[in-house]
Design a protein around this ligand. Structure first.
Ligand code: C5P
Length: 252
């Protein structure tokens, strides 16, 4: 499936499908209990390193059995042959979004993209989209000075890695609300952007530093939001999810 067709189909999803709930819990049982409280309308969920380490492909299949579509956020960082193999297996599981680090380089991104190009369709009748992570939002200038000394600033590194990932064939990027304007300025409206660090007005910031409200992130060009604690920690997770999705409906 061509990149343009995949991106158009994902962007056509209703707002309720564009708020992805991060199931950051340590067991399959906890994930299933949480999805019960989330209800049927919160259909898109993120399985990250914690839950996948606990539940593996089985938890993905259990969630799919409950009608969920899956953002498999394992942030692959390895040689081309290995990331391509991992992407192929993720696609066979029927997930909708997968992630890798752009810093793996052009050959690894291209190999993963090629592996997904021929992947079987998932329940949306689409192949999985490949998203690249540029600079982790937990890293600041001091970290960069240690890991990659030089004149690079974080915004410059984000822009460069975003361009590399896009030209190597990925479908989009995961980026913080504060990186979003730079990424859109660098690459325009085409790449799919999934944005974490979302906090509704008045919500607890917790450990996130670079945050935005759902409406602001969407207005800045996010296509999907990934939201954890503001939904999963709410007394009424289904209501919290619906309230955030409603914010997206008022896109200017
Ligand atoms: O609870 P909270 O809304 O902060 O959760 C945000 C989710 O987005 C978590 O699952 C976290 O792993 C993920 N994420 C992030 N920053 C990134 C990439 C992913 O916060 N750069």
């Amino acid at each position: 499936m061509r990149r343009e067709d995949l991106l158009a189909a994902l962007r056509a999803l209703p707002a309720t499908d564009r708020v992805i709930t991060a199931l950051d819990v340590p067991s399959a049982e906890a994930a299933l209990a949480l999805t019960g409280r989330l209800g049927d309308r919160a259909r898109f969920v993120k399985v990250g390193l914690e839950l996948f380490s606990a539940g593996g492909p089985t938890v993905v299949q259990l969630l799919q059995g409950r009608g969920k579509r899956i953002f498999l956020d394992l942030k692959y960082a390895d040689i081309p042959n290995t990331v391509a193999g991992a992407a192929r297996v993720a696609a066979a599981l029927g997930v909708s979004l997968v992630t890798m680090h752009a810093s793996c380089g052009r050959a690894a991104i291209a190999a993963a993209a090629a592996a997904l190009a021929d992947a079987p369709e998932n329940e949306m009748r689409l192949r999985p989209a490949l998203l690249a992570v540029t600079v982790l939002t937990s890293l600041g200038p001091d970290d960069l000075a240690e890991t990659a000394p030089g004149p690079d600033t974080i915004p410059a590194r984000v822009s460069r890695l975003a361009r590399l990932a896009w030209t190597a064939g990925c479908d989009g990027l995961v980026c913080s609300p504060t990186d979003l304007p730079a990424v859109r300025a660098e690459l325009g409206g085409q790449p799919l952007v999934v944005t974490p660090g979302i906090r509704p007005p008045g919500a607890d910031q917790a450990d996130q530093k670079r945050i935005a409200t759902p409406r602001a992130a969407f207005a800045a060009g996010a296509d999907f939001l990934v939201v954890g604690r503001p939904i999963t920690g709410a007394e009424d997770p289904a209501g919290a999810h619906a309230a955030i999705a409603a914010e997206l409906e008022v896109r200017p």
